[in-house]
Ligand binder design. Structure first.
Ligand code: NAP
Length: 318
């Protein structure tokens, strides 16, 4: 399952739905501390995607030893700037900073990577839009997923009424990938390996909201392979290179690999799944690179377009 067609469909759908409401180019502000290679690679991916989608990117780079007050002041200024539709904070932050307090400072209506408690509440309450198809405040569908189709413009009323907040981009990317390829969550046995608040938990919550039966595994899960073999959809987000082998996968399962590592021997990107061993067993599998990762940046851009359209709709409604 390749990510590129999903990313293209998402951006096309977001442009069709939200561009009609925009009078000017929306801006995504990226806040980064220092020059971590991971952050720089992610930022480059987003900038490329943004340019193609008609979104401007403003880079706000602070030194690695920036103080809590300096980072908060940057976020606050972006919250107040009407030109800025979305704010993306590169995480994790250096250890001397209070990351939870800083993410909490992002205005929920600009929180395009679902970092704030407002966004996460929507995700865990089952009300967040797991897919662009169902955005602008609509509830998730009970029916089996359908492939992402070019969407009609959202309505002004729906946009103005939409609650603030977005699903975390990587979690949304997994759901949109499954939707795009017509792999139904309703009735599926989903096993998520990883329970971080950024990735594992929100994926599990979004899958649950779509009526999957969900198990979340972590580093203390006994007999991980046996639990994973229960999955019809296995989502690996453990941050452990090659953790998932053929022994973890039931024949015919769908396997999504969220992990991202640089292989120490080859220098190539790879995931949490041993692709060569698992591909013959699984019915569907995402590669690393060219799988989930590329959709994540598209989610951020799509959310920025939606955030800009919501802001424009609210302005008109006032
Ligand atoms: P994280 O905060 O380190 O969380 C890892 C989770 O995996 C933890 O819950 C941990 O369990 C669990 N885990 C670790 N080793 C395990 C094992 N041997 N067996 C079972 N569970 C295990 O990582 P993260 O931020 O969620 O990121 C996960 C991966 O996604 C990383 O490789 C990261 O690079 C990648 N990533 C991908 C994208 C994308 O767009 N594709 C975006 C961001 C990050 P405990 O809770 O018990 O410690």
């Amino acid at each position: 399952l390749l990510g590129a067609p999903v990313a293209t469909a998402l951006i096309d759908a977001a442009r069709a739905q939200f561009m009609p409401f925009l009078a000017s180019t929306p801006t995504l502000a990226i806040v980064r501390l220092g020059e971590r290679p991971d952050d720089l690679a992610y930022e480059r991916g987003i900038a490329k995607r943004a340019e193609a989608a008609g979104v401007a990117v403003a880079h706000h780079v602070l030194p690695l030893d920036a103080t809590q007050g300096e980072v908060l002041a940057t976020i606050e200024a972006l919250n107040q700037d009407p030109q800025v539709a979305g704010v993306l904070l590169m995480r994790p932050l250096p250890a001397h900073l209070h990351e939870a307090a800083i993410t909490a400072a992002i205005a929920p209506e600009k929180d395009v990577d679902g970092a704030t408690s407002t966004s996460l509440y929507r995700v865990f309450a089952g009300a967040a839009a797991p897919s662009l198809l169902f955005s602008a405040g609509a509830e998730a569908p009970a029916a089996p997923a359908a492939p992402v189709a070019p969407a009609a413009p959202a309505s002004l009323e729906a946009l103005a009424a939409a609650p603030a907040g977005f699903a975390p981009a990587t979690a949304a990317a997994c759901i949109d990938l499954l939707d795009h390829y017509g792999i139904a969550l309703e009735g599926a046995r989903v096993v998520v390996v990883g329970r971080s608040l950024v990735i594992g938990k929100p994926i599990a919550a979004l899958a649950l909201a779509r009526n999957a039966t969900v198990t979340v595994c972590h580093s203390r899960t006994p007999n991980l392979a046996a639990v994973c073999r229960e999955a019809t959809i296995l989502i690996a987000a453990a941050g452990q290179r090659g953790l998932i082998t053929a022994a973890h996968v039931a024949p015919g399962a769908t396997v999504l690999d969220v992990g991202m590592h640089v292989h120490p021997a080859t220098g190539k990107l790879c995931g949490d799944v041993d692709f060569d061993a698992v591909a013959p067993v699984a019915a569907h599998i995402t590669p690393v690179p060219r799988g989930v990762g590329g959709i994540t940046s598209a989610e951020v851009i799509a959310h920025t377009l939606e955030a800009a359209a919501r802001a424009a709709a609210l302005n008109r409604a006032q």
